[in-house]
Design a protein around this ligand. Structure first.
Ligand code: NAG
Ligand code: NAG
Ligand code: NAG
Ligand code: NAG
Ligand code: NAG
Ligand code: CU
Length: 333
């Protein structure tokens, strides 16, 4: 079922990708520009904007070149939420079962590899805004399987890389990916760690490129919306007890990290832990572009409740940014 859906999507890609794109040179990599829930936009952190508005939901970094973390730093804090990652003050309001669009600011065709999402609960008084990142324990909710869609050829054929990859679907969906908040996730604050791994140089020593990005979420209760878990009702144990620090997710020698994608692979082994039971990855056929209706209201977490993020200069800044986006910012290649 999944793979026939993937086939359909691949013909779609073949139809929409102009052949000139396939040979475009690659100068920059990427970051998450914004996320969309129910058509409402929540701004990410822009590493080149100084300063960012106070209400961005993306963790700040010092990655001005939109670059990556190499395997030699898999056990260093930079792999958690990218270089000098530091918590966002604001959170995206979501409910269990919601679908969230993660909008990257472009993605190069050459950068084939996995698209993965993890969650880590935060128990601080300010939700994830004051969290100690090295104490976060992440469990996987989506691994983008099957990451390798077609071992040879295909419409995305490009120099030095064989096959069709899940990153081709992400690009076809305007460089976005849809992730589902697990339907029975316990309410509260979570860090969403979304990560692309680019394998085009993965056969070279230390050549794999990880692009981790962190977003704060406030997961409301099923109906009350106050974020307080109830002891009866649905099974709210998704991911409980299976989290690991991000510094222990990958090893240089993992078969999905040290791999030569210039040769047709018979299989690709997705790195990191398995997707937890109770998670609901969104099928390939439902990976579509985001539809925007307006701006969302990020939240400030206060203990077990959350309030609208205080309107300051942030409001004006968000409106300006939205106007820019509607005007059509260029895709980074
Ligand atoms: C790896 O991490 C160290 C600090 O832990 C940092 O100085 C270095 O720049 C990082 N290397 C890359 C390529 O990100
Ligand atoms: C595609 O993504 C860019 C950001 O990279 C955004 O500015 C643009 O509005 C998006 N287009 C659609 C149709 O979603
Ligand atoms: C952050 O968490 C780590 C790992 O649990 C711990 O070793 C460290 O002391 C903590 N740092 C602070 C400032 O609490
Ligand atoms: C895989 O690539 C080959 C060669 O281009 C093509 O004929 C085939 O249809 C592709 N398969 C899928 C599932 O897209
Ligand atoms: C609750 O869900 C978890 C993960 O989805 C599962 O492992 C566990 O068996 C479930 N427990 C009950 C009582 O259904
Ligand atoms: Cu790159």
């Amino acid at each position: 079922m999944r793979s026939s859906a993937a086939h359909t999507m691949l013909s779609v890609i073949a139809a929409i990708l102009p052949s000139s794109l396939l040979l475009a040179p690659v100068a920059a990599h990427s970051h998450i520009a914004y996320v969309v829930v129910d058509g409402l936009l929540y701004p990410g952190f822009d590493p080149r904007r100084k300063p960012n508005p106070a209400n961005v939901v993306g963790w700040s970094t010092t990655v001005e070149d939109d670059g990556f973390v190499p395997p030699s730093n898999y056990s260093k804090p930079d792999i958690i939420c990218h270089l000098n990652g530091s918590p966002a003050a604001a959170h995206v309001p979501v409910r269990p079962g919601d679908k969230m669009h993660i909008q990257w600011n472009g993605w190069p065709l050459s950068h084939v590899g996995p698209v993965m999402s993890y969650l880590a609960p935060c128990s601080g008084k300010a939700g994830c805004a004051d969290v100690n990142k090295t104490a976060l324990e992440f469990f996987k909710i989506d691994d983008g399987a099957p990451v390798l869609l077609n071992r040879t050829g295909g419409p995305g054929t490009r120099p030095g890389v064989m096959g069709q990859w899940v990153t081709d679907l992400l690009i076809a969906a305007n460089n976005s990916w849809v992730v589902e908040i697990p339907p029975q996730l316990a309410p509260g604050a979570y860090v969403l760690r979304h990560e692309l791994i680019a394998l085009h140089y993965a056969a070279r020593p230390d050549g794999t490129q990880n692009y981790p990005q962190c977003i704060n979420l406030w997961v409301a209760g099923g109906s009350g919306g106050n974020g307080v878990a109830t002891s009866s009702g649905p099974n709210l144990s998704v991911g409980k007890g299976s989290g690991v620090p991000a510094t222990r997710l990958y090893k240089t020698t993992d078969p999905g990290i040290s791999v030569d994608v210039s040769k047709p692979l018979s299989t690709y082994i997705i790195p990191g832990p398995p997707v937890v039971s109770g998670a609901a990855p969104v099928p390939m056929a439902s990976q579509t572009k985001a539809v925007l209706k307006g701006n969302g209201t990020p939240l400030l977490v206060q203990g077990t409740t959350a309030v609208p993020f205080p309107a300051t200069t942030a409001t004006k800044e968000t409106a300006r940014r939205r106007a820019e986006m509607v005007g059509g910012a260029g895709i980074v290649l």
